[in-house]
Design a protein. Structure first.
Length: 329
């Protein structure tokens, strides 16, 4: 069992608190949030007198004995909180994206090298049965080697708060999931990226919530499209993808993994059994890795490549040209 301090109990943070509360491998010793009303909500969820509550994360880090700091705050604050946790000898488990800017992400990547503690970024979409089925089919080359990919994500999401003010909200806050899945499923990193974005007239976001991105994943061509203001049917949060090989398509449609043969015949892929999934799996992967003395999945040294895809997309939009990640990042 690992002792945990959770920093951040906004709406999403509260859902994390419930996951940690119900995990037998976790002992929450302290909860931190700058807003008193968020701490009150956390108290009601936990209903445990032995947990201490703080409005300042440094005070919590100095007073509490813990193994892991779980950081569920907006991207603008994650970097400093993570660094403070490392200085207090805590491992860090943080929400994605790694940071708000490329500069902050690069700084955190370099600083993390100086500490023995692990910094892990939650990429929970990897740990879903349907994604595991797709990855296994790709690795087994059931349709031959993958040569090109279509990925389509469509939601009509109204969050409010800080997300509404981002210039490139879909790329800055959501696409990191899909970019990370591309790396995970294909086992490759991006070479080049060309991106364009726009704001539909009906958008409730101030910035651009719709984007197209062309990606070269070490020779595999990827056509990625995403929108958070769709006026049509929504996809799942995974989105829908088709991975093309010589003998057909490996596809995820409505979260159903399948093979589509050249004649159009569909063959469902079996879902692997997983004792834990999604976010519960991701935090337990870190806990298990610490106990086994190995490096966890999604450490910052790996996740930086997913974050670089976001950074390159933003740079491409700004410069209106293709970005070579090998040269520019």
């Amino acid at each position: 069992m690992k002792k945990i301090i959770q920093v951040g109990t906004g709406d999403f943070g509260l859902t994390w608190l419930e996951i940690l509360r119900d995990d037998p491998h976790v002992d929450i010793v302290a909860v931190v949030d700058v807003a008193k009303e968020n701490l009150e909500k956390a108290r009601r969820i936990m209903d445990v007198k032995t947990i201490n509550y703080y409005e300042n994360h440094l005070e919590a880090f100095e007073k509490e004995t813990a193994d892991i700091a779980v950081v569920i705050t907006p991207p603008q604050t994650r970097g400093q909180i993570t660094l403070d946790a490392l200085k207090h000898d805590f491992h860090v488990f943080m929400e994605k994206p790694l940071a708000h800017t490329k500069e902050t992400a690069d700084d955190l990547f370099e600083l993390a090298k100086k500490y023995q503690q692990h910094v892990v970024v939650s990429q929970n979409y990897r740990y879903r049965p349907e994604i595991q089925a797709i990855k296994q089919a790709v690795e087994q080359e059931v349709v031959g080697p993958i040569e090109y990919v279509e990925w389509n994500f469509q939601r009509a999401s109204k969050f409010g708060g800080w997300r509404d003010n981002y210039q490139e909200i879909i790329l800055e806050d959501m696409s990191i999931h899909h970019f990370d899945l591309l790396r995970y499923i294909l086992g490759k990193n991006a070479n080049t990226i060309y991106a364009k974005s726009m704001r539909p007239s009906w958008s409730w976001f101030q910035g651009n919530p719709t984007a197209s991105v062309l990606i070269d994943m070490e020779g595999i061509h990827v056509n990625y499209f995403a929108s958070w203001v769709t006026s049509g049917p929504e996809t799942s949060w995974n989105g829908e993808c088709k991975l093309y090989g010589r003998q057909g398509i490996i596809a995820l449609i409505d979260d159903r993994p399948m093979i589509i043969k050249p004649n159009g015949e569909e063959q469902s892929l079996s879902l692997p059994e997983m004792e834990k999934q999604d976010r519960a799996f991701s935090i337990n992967e870190m806990i298990t890795a610490i106990e086994e003395g190995r490096e966890p999945s999604n450490v910052v040294s790996d996740n930086i490549y997913s974050f670089q895809m976001v950074s390159a997309s933003l740079e491409s939009i700004k410069l209106k040209r293709e970005i070579d990640l090998k040269k520019n990042l």
